[in-house]
Design a protein around this ligand. Sequence first.
Ligand code: MLT
Length: 261
Amino acid sequence: MRIEVSFNAAQLDELQLRDKNVVVIDVLRASTTVAVALANGAREIIPVATIESAVKISGSLFGEVTLRGGERNGRMIEGFNLGNSPAEYTDATVRGKSIIFCTTNGSVAMAKSRYARRLFVGSFVNLSAIVDAMLEDGEDYVLLCAGKPSGLRSFSIEDAVCAGMMIQKLIQAKKFPLDLPDASRAAATLYKGLGRSLLKLLKLSDHGQYLAEIGFAADLKLCAAVDSVPVVPVQQGTVIKLRKPEERPVAEPDPVRTEPA
Ligand code: MLT
């Protein structure tokens, strides 16, 4: 089971993700928001890379069952119904709704993964559920950290630590031999060094400090709550839905023993 890590989705072309098993990680806040929205009954999430796409798609969908959610510079986009704070995606607001989702990095990484063989959306809030899903068949995975737009501050430490925590849990599961290239080992080492207090990690991170400055300090606690939203958001066609328990691959029965025990 080979686990690759990309620390910045902007560096990859969508064809490099074609037919791969991908977990998109954007802890602050897109992946967390997607998990919360689906857990609260949203029908589906439609990730788009641009505001223009969001407006175009919502024009073709029925207004009453469609919401537009997302952010630019952490704040709700003008003309949208929701920003990107997980706290906004309550049951009362999102149940039964299709959410056209447009954020700076997270939804771009999700849209870039549209040709993946399998796409999960992972964060701290649903970490164990994602790791369990990865362990169902032991296939190779790419942990795709959304990161931030290219430039000096394109590395997102919270996404890297989340990837490292997933890797550490895969190691501890001892279910499959793991092939961990350099970036994967680096992520696991980051988690070992910084994973003791995830809230502190988020508060000290570049984006966490920015979110706190613009009034979203409460989101950091929500995003740091490990396994608080134990769901598996999975791509189905061009949308992301909640994977139902019956959609888990059925475990292969142990081969019937023919020779005497
Ligand atoms: C992103 O997608 O870049 C982040 O989730 C942005 C944010 O929510 O502040």
